[in-house]
Design a binder for this molecule. Structure first.
Ligand code: NAD
Length: 455
């Protein structure tokens, strides 16, 4: 087996050979990637079930279909994305060709987390292949079944000279990062992102960071409580809350909270029944370590559990849980929850809710639920976040036309659709000049007389 640096060297020489440049090559590889997922859909569903007990429906929607859609979109648009982009010209450059040429960066590294182990590894890879790069993907060791399946299938479907899977945990990734890459695309926690940046600084490698944070859902003004509860509960407990864009906490007035609580309770029962542990539509926590972290947060919280709270360590199960009377300094408000626990905090006014959000790091997603467009508009205009969605959660990220990414501490850069192609491309400024108008050029050569300045 090749060592990590041999893998990087092999890909670098493939890149230098120019094999990834033609549109046809990129198109073929994207089509093969699509076949890899379609031919092995059942195996992927099994692996995702093994890793997270992912319900089939959630796995199809958020792992399989989202990647297939991205592939269709990239294949359909590849030709136009690759065209030079002509820019407007000045009088002095009238006769020149002035355009932006997208060129691949080289050998890029994509590091993914475990919560959507197929989606978060392969979706960025689509942009990287479309842009003409050679790619190393590093799946998460925590989602071991999906990680193993990807490592087995990628070499069977894609060019082994241009694309490789490197497996391993923190130590192997640190060793891999000692190699020189032309771009690093990292999805995961803010803590690990700091060591990624340190490693990247050695080679001055540009980095995209897709991180997390506490994404608020502010509910204010007139509201259809039933629809709000359905959409909120679905977005929060999809994948057992282990989504980077899950609503982390709710901010609302005391009156809205009181109206919402019985409906949330009923909605949870409608979705997951009286005994959620027996419901096949609820994922499990990915590992015992993560289960312990979440239970510890619940134990330290001084909030009041009004639904859920039950757990089973053996089964890595935590019931969908709603907590009220949560103070700003509560344990649940100190870090991203990333699990099936929903704290509800109250504020007296919309302005105080906005101020609460703005006193924290800019979140990855921000949700506002209200029938009043003035409320939606006020929140939109007075806050900042990676993405924004009114009257729903998480769905905004399924649209390839929208850039997906954070801002500030929730991430740098974006991808999905054309944005992914751009992330993995260098925008080369090109001016192709001839030798015409040399007399006009005389105006810029010394001697610099005042007459030349006044022209
Ligand atoms: P993680 O940071 O622990 O792991 C992510 C990847 O980094 C894995 O491949 C892992 O092997 C590797 N890694 C772990 N430690 C490392 C180290 N010391 N040096 C180098 N590499 C290392 O993240 P996680 O727990 O897998 O994911 C959870 C976090 O990811 C949450 O904060 C969540 O919000 C965020 N997330 C963000 C997005 C997004 O698209 N913005 C998507 C999913 C998850």
């Amino acid at each position: 087996m090749d060592t990590q640096s041999q893998v990087v060297d092999k890909l670098r020489s493939a890149f230098r050979s120019g094999v990834t440049i033609p549109e046809q090559f990129r198109r073929t590889q994207l089509t093969k990637l699509m076949s890899m997922i379609k031919d092995n859909e059942e195996q992927f569903l099994n692996a995702l079930h093994k890793d997270l007990s992912k319900p089939k429906f959630e796995a199809i929607v958020s792992e399989i279909d989202i990647v297939i859609n991205e592939l269709h979109y990239a294949i359909a648009n590849l030709k136009s994305w690759m065209q030079p982009e002509y820019v407007s010209k000045s009088l002095a450059t009238k006769l020149d060709d002035c355009f932006v040429q997208r060129e691949p960066l080289g050998v890029v590294l994509i590091i993914a987390p475990w919560n959507y182990p197929l989606h978060l590894l392969i979706l960025p890879m689509v942009g990287a292949i479309a842009a003409g790069n050679c790619v190393i993907i590093k799946p998460s060791e925590i989602s071991a079944a999906t990680d193993g399946l990807i490592a087995e299938l990628v070499p069977k479907y894609l060019s082994q000279d241009c694309y490789a899977v490197v497996r391993g945990g923190a130590e192997e990734t640190k060793a891999l990062l000692q190699n020189r890459f032309d771009h690093i695309f990292y999805t995961g926690s803010q803590t690990v992102a700091r060591s990624i940046l340190q490693a990247a600084s050695v080679h001055l490698t540009p980095v995209t960071l897709e991180l997390g944070g506490k994404s608020p859902c502010i509910i204010y003004g007139r509201i259809d409580v039933t629809a709000a509860a359905y959409r909120l509960i679905w977005a929060k407990f999809f994948n057992a809350g282990q989504s980077c864009v899950a609503p982390d906490y709710v901010l609302c007035s005391p009156a809205t909270r009181d109206a919402l609580l019985p409906v949330l309770r009923n909605t949870l029962e409608d979705f997951y029944g009286k005994e959620p542990q027996k419901c096949p539509d609820l994922s499990r926590i990915v590992s015992h370590r993560h289960w312990t972290r979440l239970m510890e947060l619940l134990r330290r919280s001084s909030g009041k559990i009004i639904v859920g709270g039950e757990s089973d360590e053996e089964d890595k199960y935590i019931a969908p849980t709603v907590v009220v009377d949560v103070a700003e300094d509560d344990a649940l408000m100190q870090e991203e929850i990333f699990g099936p626990i929903l704290p509800i905090l109250t504020v007296d006014s919309l302005e105080k809710g906005i101020d609460f959000i703005n006193r924290r790091e800019k979140p990855l997603a921000l949700y506002v639920f209200s029938d009043e467009s003035s409320v939606v508009d006020t929140v939109l205009q007075n806050t900042s976040s990676g993405g924004f969605c009114s009257n729903d959660g998480i769905v905004y990220m399924t649209l390839p036309g929208l850039p997906f990414g954070g801002v500030g501490a929730s991430g740098w850069g974006s991808y999905h659709g054309h944005w992914g192609f751009e992330t993995f491309s260098h925008r080369r400024a090109c001016m192709l000049r001839g030798w015409a108008l040399e007399r006009l050029n005389g105006l810029r050569y010394p001697p610099y007389t005042d007459k030349k300045l006044s022209w």
